[in-house]
Design a protein around this ligand. Structure first.
Ligand code: ZN
Ligand code: ZN
Length: 117
């Protein structure tokens, strides 16, 4: 069976936040997965320490450093641990670790051994 080779468009972008296949775009036109559509990349820094300015190019988002010139999205993500900015009502990943332990409501009876722990 003949499978035509694809050029250029065969590249599948990965979501910068979770590395899953990017199937959507966020408000910055960065390819993201469906669950990270609300996330934006912000405050990325160049290898030289300067702030990167996000620009929209013909082939998508890229960055510009005042000292180094253009920096590709992939490179920018390599340089920057991604900290997604998102509205406060969606912090699933963080609430798990933050949740105080042992706050479950349990009916304590005086004959329950846990009562005296
Ligand atoms: Zn994602
Ligand atoms: Zn730079």
């Amino acid at each position: 069976m003949f499978i035509p080779k694809k050029y250029g468009q065969s590249k599948i972008d990965k979501c910068p936040f979770c590395q899953k296949m990017a199937t959507a775009m966020n408000s910055q036109s960065v390819p993201v997965c469906n669950s990270h559509k609300e996330h934006v990349l912000d405050g990325l820094k160049c290898a030289c320490g300067s702030s990167l300015e996000m620009l929209q190019g013909r082939y998508g988002v890229f960055f510009s450093c005042v000292k180094c010139g253009n920096v590709g999205l992939k490179r920018a993500l390599e340089l920057n641990p991604v900290k997604p900015r998102i509205s406060a009502n969606n912090e699933n990943n963080f609430s798990k670790t933050r949740q105080p332990e042992g706050r479950k409501e349990i009916t304590v009876r005086s004959d329950d051994p846990r009562y005296f722990d």
